[in-house]
Design a protein around this ligand. Structure first.
Ligand code: MEV
Length: 432
């Protein structure tokens, strides 16, 4: 990868954008061909992936530009239907770049497998017994996935929890902590839990009911942080309205404080983060429902749902941001390997480990959060959304090729973006 800064990318026709990617990323056009519908996921492959397949479902794939993550330029594939997300993330990554880019750290790729143990006579005594047999239980779980073991993964720890109060009364929960290296890990963890269950029943005298991983992957965390120099925040919008760096910075901090304090706002704030996160998770063939579940459960970990990110300022008055969340993504196995576009996406990003991928995803989430807060704290979200939204409305009204731009531009100029108006403009165009 030479650089993730590609000037004028936005204005190029789609095919030329691909040429630019080939130049910038050092990949061949064959390697990126999977991004084209015809070379993407074939019906036959889809048929092997899920049941009752009747075809495939397309989403636009855009490239997040300007990202620097731990000093490395990264071009970020993003699959998303919502306008403004790719542009917003790319623009914010450009600002963050002037402050040195994103810094990320990740914990070990440890997932949690849960076993629900029922019908235990003495929960405390059973819990102690399990602790005493911990070494042999871990040894047994450790060999459940020989491939993971070969790559340095395997069972790491066993935790026992007593659920005192539930609709069916108290029971025991055993957590198996499993290092899944570069896999997402669901299969490995579920297999290990199923393997361990009979032994746990023997030790506790109980019955193991559920054996399944937890999506609250709070031992597999990623933290992305960034600094935006104060002067980069100042801007003048197209109406000639000027915002100083201090105004923008303080407006962003106030907006974050709202999400920090109020679950109603936090849900929307975190949705903005997930706009960026999910787009990369989907483009790389990962399980976005798992990431969503983990993110929101983590956001509620203190007993009250709150913001996943934090915004503040450093001694120099620059804006600082941080995003910490679970990130159970893999680069081996599942759709990441089967889906041709996911393979091309991983190659384009040049990620070598699941933790590299997690770091880039969190950086995009933070960038996307910044884009939303900056817009909300200054001119409002609708202005930036307007022209892309207008194009979608124009298409929905039946506009094709150059009619799309004409209809959209007229609606934006009139500040009326509605399907009935788009239809009227389209009708008038037809007559002219
Ligand atoms: C829209 O998809 C996302 C936002 O609502 C996020 C936010 O409010 O922070 C703009």
């Amino acid at each position: 990868m030479t650089t993730s800064r590609i000037a004028g990318f936005y204005n190029l026709p789609l095919g030329e954008r691909l040429d630019k990617l080939v130049e910038a990323a050092g990949l061949t056009s064959d390697e990126l061909a999977a991004f084209q519908t015809l070379n993407g996921l074939a019906d036959e492959q889809a048929d092997h992936m899920i049941e009752n397949a009747v075809g495939t479902f397309g989403l636009p794939l855009g490239i997040g530009l300007n990202f620097v993550v731990n000093g490395r330029d990264v071009l970020v594939p993003m699959a998303i239907e919502e306008p403004s997300v790719v542009a917003g993330a790319s623009f914010m990554a450009k600002l963050v770049r002037t402050g040195g880019g994103f810094t990320v750290i990740t914990s070990a790729p440890e997932m949690i497998g849960q076993m629900q143990v029922m019908e235990v006579q003495d929960l405390m005594a059973a819990s102690m017994e399990l602790h005493e047999h911990k070494t042999e239980l871990l040894a047994e779980a450790d060999v459940a996935d020989p491939l993971l073991k070969k790559f340095g993964g395997g069972a790491r720890d066993l935790e026992v929890r007593i659920i005192e109060d539930s609709p069916i009364g108290p029971f025991l929960v055993v957590h198996l902590i499993y290092d899944v290296r570069d896999a997402m890990g669901a299969n490995a963890v579920n297999t290990a839990c199923e393997k361990l269950a009979p032994h746990i029943e023997k030790i506790t005298g109980g019955r193991v009911h559920l054996r399944i991983l937890s999506n609250l992957a709070d031992r597999r965390l990623v933290k992305a942080s960034c600094t935006v120099p104060l002067k980069e925040l100042a801007f003048t919008n197209t109406d000639g309205r000027t915002f100083t760096g201090e105004q923008v910075r303080d407006g962003i901090i106030e907006a974050w404080a709202f999400a920090e304090a109020d679950p109603y706002r936090a849900a929307t704030h975190n949705k903005g983060i997930m706009n960026g996160v999910d787009a990369v998770v989907i483009a790389t063939g990962n399980d976005w429902r798992a990431i969503e579940a983990g993110a929101h459960a983590y956001a509620a970990r203190f007993g009250r749902y709150t913001s996943l990110s934090t915004w503040g300022k450093d001694e120099g008055g620059n804006l600082t941001g941080e995003l910490e969340m679970p990130m159970a993504v893999g680069i081996v196995g599942g759709a990441t390997k089967v889906h041709p576009a996911a393979r091309a996406a991983l190659k384009l990003m040049g990620v070598k480990t699941a933790s590299d991928l997690a770091g880039t995803i969190a950086s995009v989430g933070l960038a996307q959060n910044l884009a939303a807060l900056r817009a909300l704290a200054t001119e409002g979200i609708q202005r930036g959304h307007m022209s892309l939204h207008a194009r979608q409305v124009a298409i929905a009204a039946g506009a094709t090729s150059d009619q799309i731009e004409k209809v959209a531009a007229k609606m934006v100029a009139e500040k009326t973006v509605r399907i009935d108006r788009a239809e009227e403009i389209l009708k008038a165009l037809g007559k002219s």
